[in-house]
Design a protein around this ligand. Structure first.
Ligand code: CAA
Length: 244
């Protein structure tokens, strides 16, 4: 287990919500952890001062920025052996009202972001014969959701991406898995109109939103040394809202 303490993990969208909980869970498990963020500089500074976890700013939707950002993180901390593709956005509206910009923004961040980040770390992981990639999907990528054609497509796309990349990493000790959270107590979910969210929570068998730490726990499980035989899997964490 001695090597585990030295492994470097990078969590995108790591300064808030599920990402922040994941960073803290991985620190507690003994990893060296870095976060990336895109939007809110003040929140990132606050996160770093509270947790001691460094955070770098770039957009995962920008391929070149991902390469440059990863170079910076690796120069500071060492090779990234664990990548958690958590960064995600919503631009909810029915298809009739959805603008092409709202479509593209969600696909570029949520789905292309996984490609851009994996593209920059995958060769190194294979060369070192060890790596862990966890992509954060969503129950809504599995079931669909009114007002989320863009988001559901991106999150369903992540599942195909995960399975295909798992095949490419399997012989070299690189596992690629997805976590599909249900509705979780984050700013993203709090932005859903209260009446709509109330109806959704009423249909969750466990009867509440997930806590971000409950999703982080699953990510920490998948990146562990002992999880090397789990690859191409989707771990559903949704309070019983969708089974099977
Ligand atoms: N099913 C069927 N019909 C629905 C509906 C639903 N769920 N919701 C609304 N409608 C109907 C409306 O009643 C309306 O009907 P009328 O025209 O007859 O009045 C019609 O569809 C159009 O509704 P709107 O004009 O209100 O549609 P809109 O484009 O403004 O979008 C919405 C509404 C913003 C999508 C709103 O329904 C909403 O916020 N829904 C919640 C979406 C959601 O769950 N997002 C999850 C965000 S969190 C997340 O994504 C994290 C994760 O991974 C789980």
């Amino acid at each position: 287990m001695a090597t585990q303490t030295r492994r470097v993990a990078l969590v995108t969208g790591g300064t808030t919500g599920i990402g922040a909980a994941t960073c803290q869970s991985l620190v507690a498990a003994g990893y060296t952890v870095a976060a990336s963020f895109c939007g809110n500089e003040d929140r990132a500074k606050d996160f770093t001062s509270r947790t001691g976890i460094p955070a770098w700013r770039w957009s995962v939707s920008d391929h070149d920025a991902c390469r440059a950002g990863i170079d910076t993180v690796e120069a500071a901390l060492g090779p990234i052996e664990i990548l958690v593709n958590n960064a995600g956005i919503t631009r909810d509206s029915s298809l009739a009202k959805m603008t092409p910009d709202a479509w593209r923004a969600v696909i570029d961040t949520n789905l292309s972001g996984c490609f851009n980040m994996a593209h920059a770390v995958f060769a190194g992981m294979r060369a070192r014969k060890w790596g862990r990639i966890v992509n954060v999907s969503s129950i809504n990528g599995e079931t669909g959701q009114f007002g989320q054609t863009n988001y559901a497509a991106s999150k369903a796309g992540i599942l195909g991406f995960t399975r295909a990349l798992a095949l490419e990493g399997a012989r070299d000790g690189v596992t690629v898995n997805a976590v599909a959270p249900g509705y979780t107590d984050t700013d993203m979910v709090k932005a859903v109109p209260a009446d709509v969210l109330g109806g959704i929570v009423a249909r969750i068998p466990v009867g509440r939103l997930a806590r971000p730490e409950e999703i982080a726990r699953c990510i920490a499980f998948l990146v562990a040394e002992e999880s090397g035989f789990i690859t191409g899997a989707t771990l559903d964490v949704n309070g019983g809202q969708r089974m099977g």
